[in-house]
Design a binder for this molecule. Structure first.
Ligand code: NAD
Ligand code: TYD
Length: 339
C-alpha cells in the first residue's frame, strides 16, 4: 500500500505520518508538501531516513509535479491535508486560500482520475457548517447540517468538499471526507490559539483573547483525529462524509486560563483585543455516524491532552522558537500590533 499524504509537513499531516508509519509498518508513505510558512521540514526529521518514507517538495496546484509523482509512485490512496488553514490570514488575503484549497484539491483528484486510485480522502473541517448560537447547547453539527460558511477559509474548504462530492457523483471517484473539530497537540503552529497562548505565556507576553473570549470550540487531541482518518480510509464508505469531534466544548477564555494555571503564569497577562471579523460563536460536532459505523470514539481526555501538549511545548522550545523568530515575527506584528 502506497499513500500520498499532502501537507504532511504541517501540524495534523505530520502527526498522521508518524501514526501511519507506526501503525502500518508495511505501508509506504510519500509526503508531498510545498513547505509554505506553515510547513516545517524539521518536524519530519525523525522519519526522513525511514525506509518506508519519502518527502517530495511540491505544490498540490502544480499539475506536472503531481502527475510525475503519480507516475513514480502509483499510489493506492491520497490523503489531502495540504491547505492554507488559518482563518485570520484568510481574512487578510483570501486569494491563496482559493488557489490551494480549491484548485489544489481539483488537481489532486484529476491525477487520481487519470491514474486510478482506491481512495481519495479529503481532510475537511467543521467550519464548513458555519456556527451555532451560544444559547442553544442542544444543537450540534451532523453530516446533514447545511453548508453555511463564515470566513474565506471555511468557504474555500466547503468549495473543495463540494468538488470532492461532485467528482464522486460525476466520475465515480472513490472519495471520503472527514469534517473535524479543532485539533490540538504536538507540532501545532504557534499562530493558532493553544500554541500561541503557551508560547506567549512562556515569554510573559500578553495573551490576546479576541472579543469577550466566550466563543466555543470543540477540541480534539490530534492523535484521535489521525485514528479516525485511518479508520475511514480502510472502512469508510466511498462518497460519504464523516464528522469527527470530541464532545469537548470549551470557551476560549477557559482554555487561556487553564494554560496560565498549568504554566504558573498570572491571569493578568490576558488581554482582550478587537474581535475577529465574522467570528464564529460555537462549533460542536455530533460524531454519531463515525461512532456507529466505524466504532470511533475520542480516546484522549482534554485534561490529559492539554497537559501532554503543554509538556511537549516545554520540551520542544527550539522547534517553536525558531518559527517565532522567522517570517512569523512579521505576521505577528501586523496582526496584533494595532489591535
Ligand atoms: P497547517 O497549516 O499546520 O499545515 C498545512 C500544510 O500544508 C503545511 O505543511 C503547508 O506547507 C502545506 N501546504 C500549504 N499549501 C500547500 C500547497 N499549495 N501545496 C502543498 N502543500 C501545501 O494545517 P493543519 O492544521 O495541519 O491542517 C491540515 C488540514 O486539516 C487542513 O486541510 C485543514 O483545513 C484541516 N483541519 C484542521 C483543523 C485544525 O484544528 N488544525 C481542524 C479541522 C480540519
Ligand atoms: P484558531 O486557533 O485560529 O482556530 P479556529 O479559528 O479555526 O477555530 O482560534 C480558535 C479560537 O480562538 C477562535 O475563536 C479565535 C480565538 N483566538 C483568540 O482569541 N486569540 C488568538 O490570538 C487566536 C489566534 C485565536
Amino acid at each position: 500500500m502506497t499513500i500520498i499524504v499532502t501537507g504532511g509537513a504541517g501540524f495534523i499531516g505530520s502527526n498522521f505520518i508518524f501514526y501511519m508509519l507506526e501503525k502500518h509498518p508495511d505501508y509506504r508513505i510519500v509526503c508531498l508538501d510545498k513547505l509554505t510558512y506553515a510547513g516545517n521540514l524539521t518536524t519530519l526529521a525523525s522519519v526522513m531516513d525511514h525506509p518506508q518514507f519519502r518527502f517530495v517538495k511540491a505544490d498540490i496546484c502544480d499539475r506536472a509535479a503531481v502527475q510525475q509523482l503519480f507516475e513514480e509512485e502509483h499510489p493506492d490512496m491520497v490523503v489531502n491535508f495540504a491547505a492554507e488553514s488559518h482563518v485570520d490570514r484568510s481574512i487578510e488575503d483570501p486569494e491563496v486560500f482559493l488557489r490551494t484549497n480549491i484548485m489544489g484539491t481539483a488537481t489532486l483528484m484529476d491525477a487520481c482520475r487519470t491514474y486510478g486510485i482506491q481512495r481519495y480522502h479529503q481532510v475537511s473541517t467543521d467550519e464548513v457548517y458555519g456556527d451555532l448560537p451560544l444559547d442553544r447547547p442542544d444543537l450540534f453539527f451532523t453530516e446533514e447540517t447545511p453548508i453555511h460558511t463564515s470566513s474565506p477559509y471555511s468557504a474555500s474548504k466547503a468549495s473543495a468538499d463540494l468538488l470532492v462530492l461532485a467528482y464522486h457523483r460525476t466520475y465515480g471517484l472513490p472519495v471520503t471526507i472527514s469534517r473535524c473539530s479543532n485539533n490540538y497537540g504536538p507540532y501545532h503552529f504557534p499562530e493558532k490559539l493553544i500554541p500561541l497562548m503557551i508560547a506567549n505565556a512562556l515569554h510573559d507576553k500578553p495573551l490576546p483573547v479576541y472579543g469577550e473570549g466566550k466563543n466555543v470550540r470543540d477540541w480534539l487531541y490530534v492523535e484521535d483525529h489521525c485514528k479516525a482518518i485511518d479508520l475511514i480510509l480502510h472502512h469508510g464508505r466511498a462518497g460519504e462524509v464523516y464528522n469527527v469531534g470530541g464532545h469537548n466544548e470549551k470557551q476560549n477564555i477557559e482554555i487561556v486560563r487553564l494554560i496560565c494555571k498549568e504554566l504558573g503564569k498570572p491571569e493578568n497577562l490576558i488581554t482582550y483585543v478587537g474581535d475577529r471579523k465574522g467570528h464564529d460563536m460555537r462549533y460542536a460536532i455530533d460524531p454519531t455516524k463515525i461512532h456507529e459505523e466505524l466504532g470511533w470514539l475520542p480516546e484522549t481526555k482534554f485534561e490529559d491532552g492539554i497537559k501532554k501538549t503543554i509538556r511537549w511545548y516545554l520540551d520542544h522550545q527550539e522547534w517553536w522558537e525558531t518559527i517565532i523568530s522567522g517570517e512569523y515575527h512579521n505576521y505577528y506584528e501586523k496582526m496584533y500590533g494595532n489591535r
